[in-house]
Design a protein. Structure first.
Length: 352
């Protein structure tokens, strides 16, 4: 391939490090650098992977990197200048501040779901609205929960029409390395006001979907869990619904014989597959839970791996914004292949 798209990762934590590795697994893009505020074990691994490391505030961080024996290649501004596109993976709210830098340097940037929709003006899910991101300067890849909901709701809406979606989200209290959010013991209605913000967030991608959501946080780190109910415009059979879900590699129907009983088993399956960081980038939908009731309403449980489901969407967003692939289905197929997404669906009978 001729010129690969040069991608800079401004922020290299849970999401940034995964996006960096996913970029390196594509044949049409490459990482020009990663930026961090301080040295830590993630910087140590990044340096061993050969990623050029840039410091967010070199005057402050430079001596710390030096003391740690980690070489820095310059400031994050130097890194951004070298890039065709920036993927901002800084903590929630910092992306909005960073936008000024991208504007000054005239670089397109992808923001993550911790930022408000207005920061970018376009919110993205590869299946639902790839075309809207083509050629855009700023786009936000929606959060882990919203990504999981958009994938499922879009697939069902396209096939049968969604009259109304009602979702209960049970959210993980923090990521596995999120010491600052723990220790925890309790169930937190979050937010207490109903409906929760997740429904309006889905509407930033799928504005015509009538949706209500309620969310709770629980003391777990592995995955989120959603109960999704949708009244449909058509009256499909359960088999017709399953056939539709099987067409989307990012929707993984867990067969009952896999004996995956809870989120711990799903993550353990990621370990067994030898997936990088145990990542389950697909919506993990329990096939047994997929039902169409007497009123024609769809019901299902799905688990969402918060650390990784947005990663393929970031890759597709890079292709859309840079215009190197105008067909969303083609981009998704390329990303899925490079990341091994959907390759354990038993109906494909492919080895892991
Ligand atoms: P994180 O705390 O794990 O990583 C943040 C990284 O940004 C760190 O490397 C930190 O050093 C760096 N950073 C701090 N200040 C910076 C600055 N001014 N400029 C550049 N980099 C800076 O955070 P995360 O969990 O990866 O979240 C990043 C974004 O992704 C947030 O918007 C978050 O809401 C969103 N998101 C997170 C998850 C998740 O489950 N962790 C899922 C989906 C979306």
């Amino acid at each position: 391939m001729a010129d690969k798209i040069k991608v800079a990762l401004n922020g290299y934590g849970t999401i940034g490090k995964r996006v960096a590795d996913a970029v390196m697994r594509q044949d049409d893009m490459t990482v020009v650098g990663i930026a961090k505020t301080k040295p830590d074990y993630e910087a140590y691994v990044a340096s061993h992977k050969g990623y050029p490391i840039y410091a967010v505030d070199p005057a402050k961080a430079g001596p710390k990197f030096k003391a740690a024996g980690i070489e820095i290649a310059g400031s994050n501004l130097d890194m951004i200048k070298k890039a065709d596109i920036v993927v901002d993976c800084a903590p929630e709210g910092i992306g909005e501040e960073n936008k000024k830098i991208y504007e000054q340097l005239g670089k397109p940037a992808i923001f993550q779901g911790g930022e408000e929709h207005e920061v970018a003006g376009t919110s993205f899910n590869a299946a639902a609205n790839y075309g809207e991101a083509i050629g855009k300067k700023f786009v936000r890849v929606v959060s882990c929960n919203t990504t999981g909901l958009c994938r499922l709701i879009y697939a069902i809406d396209k096939a049968f029409g969604v009259q109304k979606a009602r979702v209960v989200l049970v959210r993980r209290g923090g990521d596995p390395n999120d010491a600052k959010r723990g220790p925890l013991n309790g169930i937190v209605p979050d937010p207490i006001q109903l409906p929760s913000h997740h429904g309006p967030d889905v509407q930033t991608v799928l504005p015509h979907i009538n949706i209500e959501t309620a969310a709770m946080k629980v003391p777990t780190t592995l995955m989120h869990m959603h109960f999704v109910n949708m009244s449909l415009k058509k009256r499909p059979s359960r088999e017709e619904v399953l056939d539709v879900l099987r067409q989307w590699p990012r929707l993984w129907l867990i067969p009952s014989w896999y004996n995956i009983k809870f989120t711990g088993d799903a993550i353990e399956f990621g370990r067994e597959l030898g997936r990088s960081r145990n990542d389950i980038m697909e919506n993990a939908i329990w096939e047994e839970s997929v039902t169409v009731d007497k009123e024609g309403e769809f019901n299902a449980f799905q688990a969402i791996h918060q650390e990784s489901d947005v990663i393929p969407e970031n890759i597709d967003c890079i292709r859309a914004m840079t215009g190197i692939e105008k067909d969303g289905m083609k981009s998704m197929a390329k990303t899925n292949k490079a990341l091994g997404i959907g390759n354990f669906n038993p109906w494909k009978l492919a080895p892991p």
